[in-house]
Design a protein around this ligand. Sequence first.
Ligand code: ADP
Ligand code: MG
Ligand code: ZN
Length: 477
Amino acid sequence: MEYEIIVGLEVHVELSTKSKIYCSCTTDFGGEPNTHICPVCTGMPGVLPVLNKKVVEYAVKTGLATNCSIAKYSKQDRKNYFYPDLPKAYQISQYDLPLCRDGYIDIEVEGRTKRIGITRIHIEEDAGKLVHDQNETGTLIDYNRCGVPLIEIVTEPDMRSAQEARAFVESLRNILRYIDVSDCKMQEGSLRVDVNLSVRPKGQKEFGTRTEMKNLNSIRSMVRAIESEAKRQIEVIESGGIIVQETRRWDEHKGVSCSMRTKEEAHDYRYFPEPDLMPIVVDEEWKEEIKRSLPELPDARRKRYVNEYGLPGHDAFILTSSKALADFFEEAAGKCNNAKAVSNFILGDVSRILNDKGMEAEDIPFPAEYLAKLVKLVDQGTISTTIAKKVLEIMFEQKKDPQEIVREEGLEVVSDEKALAEVVKKVISNNTKLVEDYKKGKDKVFGFLVGQAMKETKGKANPRLLNKILKEELDKI
Ligand code: ADP
Ligand code: MG
Ligand code: ZN
């Protein structure tokens, strides 16, 4: 039997506001344990929360950027549970009236576009951090993260593979970075994904029972977790068992998930309206103001690259998949009038070098203007494309202006006919057998001879001229 995987995600994102959601403590990551705290975020008796307006603004921004409708009126609720990372014994969250709902993000997988529904986005506060391995007598608690603002983004069960889930998280992260509401560093916990997964026989209409997996701290471990959990569920069903609705913990080390607890239901949390906070009202005027503050989003930018620069859709997709990369592209393209060449450099050699060095687009060590200059040097015929690759490597190492590199290293194209004729003659006399073959009609040899001559000039020969001279010399024989 063939099975289909059904995935819905719950994504928690720490917002990059300066202060926490209900007090003025800093949200800075790290810091000595329990130094970013106050009576409010540690739940002392008698304190009152005051909602940080920026949190609402950032959540609405996210909602607008993901095509959600924004609630004119929403409220906050207490979600009650007892655990040492939560000093108040309740988390202020939103239950039945979230700030945003019914949105979507379009993802691209294997060249196809697919729409993933967003059920809701609500605001809530983060909990503290338990430290289990630094004290022999017990567990330590760091409340610095307590009260850091979060948004939770819940998707529809619309994804059908690990690849679609990956594409969704990547697109979402890209959007969140474009609108600058979070740094989305998964390794620091500012973007956390829970995976809800079920399987069903292909063709069946009803969904199967789902499990929820927590503790996925990279996209890579999310993909592994989805593949492993789908396999596990199929094996259980195939061997006549049933799937239990439960929360599972992914163990990155062992590459397996294990059961944590049976799934809690909403009524277990005894949700009730937070009595210490006013309802949240987002009027038309404020919503419009936030809308106007949105930058051009990846989707719009991608379409513009196709129309304005004539780039292939896929190239535009990759360029806009990181704001830093897109900004770099646009600046360079604007300075050299050859967007296609700039794009090719970025998608080819620049990406390869970044990848090799484990760097992000943000880390490109030279200004976009230098890439524009490099493209110009090729376009003007000052250097060949082969040499340009070499110059680019040096730009990454020395952060120098390409013109300077070309001058210092003597990399200009050799267009001196006499010098090239010398080289060609040498290559011909070194390859008499091949030249004979060529004369007998084996045309392929020509390319090889060009390659040899190019090598002699260390890649610096003007290709068109070299071809012409070689042809002439061979014709003479
Ligand atoms: P809860 O409130 O119990 O967490 P929700 O209905 O809010 O449950 O769903 C949580 C997540 O589970 C959503 O992302 C949703 O898309 C996903 N989900 C719901 N049903 C299924 C299913 N049968 N298979 C996979 N994912 C599912
Ligand atoms: Mg849930
Ligand atoms: Zn505080």
